[in-house]
Write a protein that binds this ligand. Structure first.
Ligand code: PEP
Ligand code: MN
Length: 355
């Protein structure tokens, strides 16, 4: 029945109707929360039974099967994006309760055997873009997927990223394939709102000196020691970078990863490089800190043809890992397409240099 017809039939004014509908909504919310609590209890029982019998807690195949079934049966009833987002939050909340802190959050352990490889698009653009890329990256064995949802654009009129929606897309794409999410957060409010969706927090070059924010990040992460990648400010000295890291560490989270990404020098007057690749700083940082040091050749180069040679050089100089922008169709990328490495080139690089 149309709203107007209902109002006429029941002879009620719009204010009363809103009240009446709200009461119905409250009833639905109560049932929804009770059902969610029941589901959570049951999945905790399953996880505990798995732990008792030595089985793996994660079962991405099953999660994917649940989502696929819901999508098959309920598309048309509700937007698949909506229930995918809801279910990812449900899956994550039960698993987070049992996540072994050391195994997950000790970045050092993760990079012991091999360099830490973080790959993905500059920016999350759409469901199709992020899922197609996630599928390929997971097949290549990449464990950490990057994707910008909140973009620090130089101009406020440029595309700013998809925000929460972008983060949900990244989480869905990465999590269902057993990958961890790496994304930049620009302020404490967004961090609080999205905390559980982010496995590795990225602080960008432009925020390296936002000391108040760094302290807040340190406070937020001190209970679980979630890894924080701190990128070098493009005009910051090495000492300033190390000090910025201390702002986080001093709040109680030792899991800081320093990321070099090129700096501004006089070369930018006429160089083809977006920044001057600060490769030598890898040597110095490795001497001056025991924290992992990774290199981002994408923002250092600004041009895909220089990215992989720089990546190789960074590993040769002792970098503990790389963060690289990869895209299925670099020419169509909404942000930083010029510096995006194609999936095929990236796969070749991994085969030759990492595996
Ligand atoms: C990024 O990695 O998405 C990014 C914006 O890099 P930077 O902060 O180094 O400019
Ligand atoms: Mn970028």
């Amino acid at each position: 029945m149309q709203l107007n017809e209902q109002m006429q039939e029941e002879n009620i004014d719009s204010e009363n109707l809103v009240q009446k509908l709200r009461m119905q909504l409250n009833g639905i919310d109560d049932r929804l929360v009770a059902t969610l609590a029941e589901r959570h209890k049951l999945s905790c029982e399953i996880i505990e039974a798995k732990i008792d019998s030595g089985l793996a807690v994660e079962d991405f195949e099953r999660e994917r099967a649940i989502l696929d079934r819901l999508e098959r049966e309920y598309t048309g009833v509700a937007d698949p994006k909506l229930f995918r987002a809801i279910y990812n939050a449900i899956f994550t909340s039960a698993k987070n309760k049992y996540k072994p802190k050391e195994a997950f959050y000790d970045v050092r352990r993760l990079i012991n055997a091999k360099p830490l490889i973080i790959a993905g698009p500059c920016t999350v653009e759409s469901y199709d873009q992020i899922n197609s890329l996630a599928e390929k990256l997971s097949e290549m064995g990449v464990l950490f997927m990057r994707g910008g949802a909140y973009k620090p654009r130089t101009s406020p009129y440029d595309f700013q990223g998809l925000g929460v929606e972008g983060l949900d897309l990244l989480l869905d794409a990465a999590c269902t394939r057993g990958m961890y999410t790496v994304t930049e957060i620009l302020d404490a409010e967004a961090l609080e709102e999205n905390y559980d969706k982010i496995d590795v927090i990225q602080i960008g070059s432009r925020n390296m000196s936002a000391y108040g924010f760094l302290k807040q990040v340190g406070k937020f992460t001190r209970d679980d020691n979630k890894p924080v990648i701190l990128k070098r400010g493009f005009s910051a000295t090495i000492t300033e970078l190390l000090n910025a890291g201390e702002y986080i560490i001093n709040e109680g989270n030792p899991n800081v990863v320093f990321c070099l990404r090129g700096i501004r020098t006089f070369e930018q007057i006429d160089s083809k490089f977006r920044n001057t690749p600060d490769l030598a700083a890898i040597l110095e940082l490795k001497d001056r800190t025991d924290k992992p040091v990774i290199f981002d050749p994408s923002h250092a180069a600004g041009d895909s043809k220089y990215v992989l040679p720089l990546a190789k050089a960074a590993l040769n100089l002792g970098a503990d890992g790389l963060m690289i922008e990869v895209h299925d169709n670099p020419e169509d990328a909404l942000v930083d397409g010029r510096q995006a490495v194609s999936t095929a080139d990236f796969e070749e690089f991994l085969k030759n240099e990492i595996l």
